[in-house]
Design a protein. Sequence first.
Lengths: 368, 296
Amino acid sequence: MAVTNGSIELAGVVKSYDDGRTRAVDGVNLKIPDGSYCCFLGPSGCGKTTILRMIAGHEDPSDGEVIIGGENVVGLAPSERRTAMMFQSYALFPHLSVRDNIAFALRVRGMSAAERRKAADEMIEKVRLTELADRLPGQLSGGQQQRVALARAAITSPKVLLLDEPLSALDEQLRVQMRQELSRMQRDLGITFIHVTHTQMEAIAIADMVVVMEKGKIKQAGPARDVYDQPQDRYVAEFLGGQNVLRGKVARIEGDQAFVVAPELRDVTVPVGHRRGLSPGIEVDFAVRRDDVELARPDREKAANHAAVATRVRAIEYQGNFVKVLLDDIGGDELIAYVPDRIFYRDPFAIGDVVMAGWQTEKARMLA
Amino acid sequence: MSAAPDIVARGATASRRKAVRRSGGRSWTFYVLAALFTFYVVALYGPMICIYILSFQDVRGGLVFPMKGFSLHWFVDLFTQVRTGDVKGSFDRSIKLAVMVTILTVVISFMAGLAFRKRFIGDTVVFYLMIGSLVAPGLVLGIGIGLIASFLGIETSWYTTALGAQLSWTLPFGVLVMFAVMSRFNNAWEEASRDLGASPWQTIRLVVLPILAPGIIAVALFGFTLSYDEFARTLQTAGSLNTLPLEIWSMTLNVTSPSLYSLGTVTTIVSFVIIGACLSAIAMIQKRRAARAASE
């Protein structure tokens, strides 16, 4: 077989339905390195599952190329692509035992019963299901089913493992646990994992590379920390969360500083960064991480290089290690501060208190 | 005084009240419905049981109670006497016809079940046309088939025209049962099979058929029993040789001995044996799955 490694390249991939009237995937270009853990993240209907299915070979792109290990695989069957898929809710065969489920791929390849039993038992041991090998899928817990699905997909030593919402069928606690298990399996197998999810916490916790999608297009792709900390636009910032996204008008530009104003904002300085095409008078979005927002009593003096907004405490939620303080909206945008637990309770605010919400000027980030 | 004994006392009263309701608190509707159901069962099986009992009379036996003697005389009579009609031949034909109908019903219903998972142009029209033949009066449908056969110069016989007429009855049932079975089939199973490298035929053989097996047996059971006692559609399409229901009908017109009843008993036994075999096959499949699962 020609596919020798698990690097993936999508080149101008389009998937359209109804004679091109709707585009589920709209011109996607992306390179995923061999052996990486990549998460496609987006709301339902954004095209992430369609991309996964096109990589797997369950759907053909209307246009563009899917390249795995340097080979254009469009038109090839899944087994010829050296990919394997783990389906949402796992699709384990209900009439076969755990062992027979895992050995299925070997059975259809014509391997003898004794040989495939041996190979399956080795894999069963790897996913720690030995004592459950003779059970039926219906008798397993969600987490055990997931391990069977993983083992079944991995037994043909694929170069790429495709996971469609692998954790959505599990309850909250198990989800965190299985997340670690997936990560461990990926390191053990040393192959490319592509994981589709709509949960941003899941994506950034597990992935080397996060791909944020909206309406069939890639909004931003990169390491988890970059995508979370440096979102390119309002959509990515809001989808990943943890950011205040504010809107205002550019009053003037001095060097690499733009001064942004809005009814509630007085001359907030935002670094221009990589943003091009700024000129006085245009509307811009900028983001400030919620944990970069500091709260102070209004009588305190404003420090240098600080932006500050006079506002009021609307609600307070205790979150354990930090306190989520909801402030009055700025325009139509929420303003929220995550204040470390210890700092907040040194001088706690009450609902209705007037406060100064401020942040160091360089922490603000201009969005596209 | 102190609160504790009070709570204990109150708890005891509550549990006593609950116990009373459990033992004798059935409402009058229970008894009315139970009586209605009993009447239903008696009305359903009573007449049949009368026939079975009367078929076991001896040589003096007649068509009405009281029972005269006890023997298997009329069963022997049934298969040896020519005057009672061609019971053996018609029984033979009915079984063969039912087997053919069953096989065709299972194969076509299974394929229709697979096909109807996807929408296609005219699917609702095809569906309603198919179901329509359930509503059409069987006798009229049979006459129509006989008419067209004679128009086309085809000689009516039990294995051609009657086979077609019976399929117009068993196929809609088979397809409806298959739809119900298919509704619980997860298409991701097929996709997973393909993903793991199975060919389309391997997917059918190793995944689709085993998962649907109990439902397919149910379709076969429908096909067989509906064909085995089909009368209306077969009457005008079976040609010169009778199937069993037609033979029984003609016997009611000229046979005046309890051998008619013994025929009823025999056909009932055949039906029950077949139903029993199918149900135990389904039960066995499920038990084997459970047993394999439990044996660790």
